[in-house]
Write a protein that binds this ligand. Sequence first.
Ligand SMILES: C[S@@+](CC[C@H](N)C(=O)[O-])C[C@H]1O[C@@H](n2cnc3c(N)ncnc32)[C@H](O)[C@@H]1O
Length: 258
Amino acid sequence: MVMRTRDGSVGDVDYGTIGAGYAAWRRPDERIAHVIARALGDARTVLNVGAGTGSYETAAHTITAVEPSLAMRAQRPAELATAVEAVAEDLPFPDGRFDASMTLFSVHQWSDATAGLREMRRVTRGPVVVLTCDPARVRDFWLYEYAPDVLDTEARRYPPLGQLTAALGGTTTIQPVPIPLDCTDGFNEAYYGRPELLLNPAARQACSAWSFIDDHARQAFDTSLRRALGSGTWDEAFGHLRNRPTYNGSLVLLRATS
Ligand SMILES: C[S@@+](CC[C@H](N)C(=O)[O-])C[C@H]1O[C@@H](n2cnc3c(N)ncnc32)[C@H](O)[C@@H]1O
């Protein structure tokens, strides 16, 4: 049975607790938006599952948004469609209802990613687009030296790409998504060249993996990164990233057609 919090959250985190600052820290990045738009192609009607605060929904499409959390639905800008309160695993739409569908930074939180993606496939005639992280790559990031528990958590949460492609069926392409140095969407790897920003607790709260570690571990991270930045140790090892225009980390885009 899927547990729901008072907020309606059904995933492995409660956005009623951590979701308040999400829209401010997770602003859609226009370069990533371009990659998503290309994958959606000429679709007119688009379903967005785990739509959150509406990132990457554009006026170019007629969007239907699905979002279980009240805290996230409440942060959706007024000009966006009101989100339907539902879950990926049980979509309240008939077969083939949408030209395309997308789910962005969400599938790792679902109680049953396979069931949710099969539902997306069922209600979609054209491409199903999934923006997610490759769990085999998440520990390659420098943050692993300072907050291993956070990235171990991420590696556990993100479904293996093979599971996703099997659930989607048909033909799936997988492409790495380059992360821009000034990425406005504040997931962990977005700070690859701006480590100081991860010292801000509000930035961390907008990345749900940080809610899996306790205050003590968060404090230990803060102390060790501050020390490494102050002593120059971080810059010696990773300072070249401060000027790298894009970073190919674990972020990938899957595009499945039937
Ligand atoms: C990290 S947020 C991403 C939100 C948005 N897609 C974005 O790119 O900013 C993950 C979202 O997935 C939603 N979610 C979690 N489990 C879900 C499920 N089983 N079905 C649909 N949405 C779910 C959460 O409520 C949350 O809003």
